[in-house]
Design a protein around this ligand. Structure first.
Ligand SMILES: Cc1cc2nc3c(=O)[nH]c(=O)nc-3n(C[C@H](O)[C@H](O)[C@H](O)COP(=O)(O)O)c2cc1C
Length: 383
């Protein structure tokens, strides 16, 4: 398998990640819930639209920039929150953050991360924080106060995870045992791990994650990693948390995991500044609409009263163009960026973002459209 600099597209980075990671880690990143219908449909939805190019037009300098929740991005993307990024490469969230900063885009840090949010902010990337109230409201309050102090630009409240989706690959591969304390239970999965010595060495050299530094429970300390699944079930982010968070947080708030016009209206009524049309990369409720398919209903319901972002299935710059033409202001990059991290750490993310940005530029030129602000429904047709 070649070096990340030789990857031509995101699929190449995925193949490199697959070769480098033990199966249990690769499948955690790559897999989805149950039959993985939504996971596959997220990608396929983009193929159901064709471009309608305007040829022969004179193009002034391209303007790919977009302002999202008060931040101006060089192109309309940010890296999505990806839990357990430290498992993929020791560069983890901070490596991804530095790469995003170099690419001129923003980054959303997962609650389930091994990097302290203050250290992540110090990478210089415009940083947003994803919130799962894992340690209850008292821990959430402390995290929000730290985020404010560290200059975090906005919060993303993920509302689609009242319980973890059934990711069958993870059950079969023993992901819970790998993360747990029971050494005997781990032994069964050792051959897979040991067959990937490069990953093992990297993992041992890195700051192995045992606690969540951004979920500090008063009187108890950081939440142990093995308690995450049970903590998630006790601490769903609900609509009635929104006024409480709104009262503490002075910046913009996005609601992540909106798939219907009804939820978009609830978010706006609750004072959200943005919604993210997202099915969590097909990892939660299998059988919901692809992110791109849910986008028009949410855009219509939002009626310009909040910003609409989307994620799910973006593997090419042309996919970003399609999402914008259907009304998204920007996209979140989940696996596209994480495959880069898993394939080659910070450099791999550099490569993933360079591929997507070059794709985006080329697609805009081929489409005959000079600025992302001009993209609209007339640039697409349903196949
Ligand atoms: C390995 C992995 C971990 C994730 N962890 C989180 C998380 O901690 N919080 C969250 O809101 N979303 C999480 N997501 C969902 C992503 O933020 C994003 O919605 C999704 O990956 C977009 O789909 P895509 O991977 O097809 O781009 C995770 C996704 C993956 C693949």
């Amino acid at each position: 398998m070649g070096k990340v600099g030789e990857a031509v597209n995101i699929a190449d980075l995925r193949a490199m990640a697959r070769a480098r990671l033990p199966r249990v880690v690769f499948d955690y990143l790559d897999g989805g819930a149950e039959d993985e219908c939504t996971l596959r449909d997220n990608v396929r939805a983009f193929r159901r639209w064709n471009f309608r190019p305007r040829h022969g037009v004179k193009l002034p300098a391209l303007d790919l920039s977009a302002t999202v929740m008060g931040q101006t991005l060089a192109w309309p993307a940010m890296t999505a929150p990806i839990g357990y990024s430290g498992l993929m490469h020791r560069d983890g969230e901070k490596g991804a953050g530095r790469a995003a900063a170099r690419a001129g885009i923003a980054s959303v840090l997962s609650t389930i991360s091994g990097a302290r949010l203050e250290d992540m902010a110090a990478t210089g990337v415009p940083l947003f924080m994803q919130i799962y109230l894992l340690g209850g409201r008292a821990a959430g309050e402390a995290t929000i106060a730290r985020a404010q102090g560290a200059g975090v630009k906005g919060l993303f409240l993920t509302i689609d995870t009242p319980v973890g989706g059934l990711r069958e690959r993870d059950v079969r591969n023993g992901l819970a045992q790998l993360l747990g304390r029971d050494l005997v239970a781990k032994a069964r999965y050792l051959p897979d791990i040991l067959a990937h010595p490069g990953w093992v060495a990297d993992y041992l050299l890195g700051a192995r994650m045992s606690h969540l530094p951004n979920v500090v429970i008063p009187g108890q300390g950081p939440l142990p990693l093995i308690d995450v699944a049970s903590a998630l079930q006790r601490s769903v982010v609900r609509w009635d948390d929104l006024p409480w968070i709104r009262a503490q947080w002075k910046g913009p708030i996005a609601i992540k995991g909106v798939l219907t016009g009804e939820d978009a209206r609830r978010a706006i009524d609750g004072g959200a500044d943005a919604v993210v049309v997202s099915n969590h990369g097909g990892r939660q409720l299998d059988g919901v609409a692809a992110g791109l398919d849910a986008l028009p209903e949410v855009v219509a319901a939002a009626g310009g009263q909040c910003e609409v972002l989307m994620d799910g299935g973006i593997r090419r710059g042309g996919d970003i163009v399609k999402a914008l033409a259907l009304g998204a202001r920007a996209v979140l990059l989940g696996r596209a960026s994480a495959y880069g991290l898993a394939a080659g750490g910070e450099q791999g993310v550099d490569r993933a973002l360079a591929i997507l940005q070059a794709d985006l530029t080329r697609t805009m030129m081929l489409l005959g459209c000079a600025s992302v602000a001009q993209l609209g429904a007339t640039h697409l047709e349903r196949r």
